[in-house]
Write a protein that binds this ligand. Structure first.
Ligand SMILES: O=P(O)(O)OC[C@H]1O[C@H](OP(=O)(O)OP(=O)(O)O)[C@H](O)[C@@H]1O
Ligand SMILES: O=C(O)c1cc(=O)[nH]c(=O)[nH]1
Length: 225
């Protein structure tokens, strides 16, 4: 992703209050990691100016980074769905969404909104931590017959081990609009306060040790693909 995209997306997250740094109580993330840093992209959903700007960045990134326009945009349950809907609109593409697991009743479907068989689908989620959820969503879409080679998210932690290998093993090329490097580069009124920046930098210097010392996972097992 270009530096300009990263800088713009990081600024939107900071303006929207989505970057949350806790010096005391750690956040426990979906994959079991403890972290002092949480990015709540959901806070941008409700703000028309911020969400419009983020969707414009996402649409430009798709046009620039993907080898071909996807036939379908597929949102990941839950927080990926509104972003996928706005992006599908911006790209004038059909929308689907993929559940974390098949519904268990009715058609017992994991992919909703129509057929995906034989069509290329861009997986859209708000955020990526270590790719565990992406594996579930990619498998669900592929089981329904979609060709999934690319994903897009607004923010990628990119800090925990195993994530890059998991995405590579899945054959998913991920376009992330911003990462911690972009957040740390923001200056001015919306930049992180110095104390929060210090907490974040300490964590980023060894996320696994930080997690283990704060009641989270201390993985060293091989990441499941
Ligand atoms: O595991 P990764 O692929 O790295 O992605 C992290 C996931 O964590 C969040 O979802 P979560 O299930 O916490 O909440 P949601 O139902 O609000 O989307 C986020 O929306 C991603 O789907
Ligand atoms: O991995 C997660 O659960 C997670 C991390 C994060 O920063 N934000 C979020 O909504 N989920």
């Amino acid at each position: 992703m270009t530096e300009r995209t990263g800088a713009s997306m990081a600024r939107l997250l900071l303006e929207g209050g989505a970057v949350q740094i806790s010096g005391e109580q750690p956040f426990i993330l979906a994959a079991g990691w403890a972290s002092p840093a949480y990015v709540d992209c959901r806070l941008l959903i409700g703000e028309p100016r911020l969400r419009r700007a983020a969707v414009a960045l996402a649409a430009a990134a798709v046009r620039e980074a993907l080898p071909a326009m996807p036939e379908i945009v597929a949102g990941a349950e839950t927080a990926g769905i509104p972003w996928a809907a706005w992006l599908a609109e911006a790209l004038d593409r059909p929308l689907r969404y993929v559940r974390k697991r098949p519904l268990g009743i009715g058609r017992n479907a994991q992919v909703e909104g129509g057929a995906v068989e034989g069509r290329s689908a861009l997986l859209v989620d708000d955020l990526t931590t270590d790719g565990s959820s992406k594996a579930t969503f990619v498998r669900g879409l592929r089981a329904a017959g979609a060709a999934v080679t690319h994903g897009l998210c607004l923010f990628h932690h990119g800090t925990f081990p195993g994530g890059a290998e998991r995405l590579a093993g899945l054959g998913l090329s991920l376009v992330a609009l911003a990462s911690w490097r972009d957040v740390l580069a923001v200056r001015g009124a919306c930049a992180l306060p110095a104390a929060e920046r210090a907490v974040l930098e300490r964590f980023l210097s060894d996320p696994v040790a930080w997690s283990a010392a704060h009641g989270g996972r201390a993985m060293l097992e091989r990441p499941a693909l």
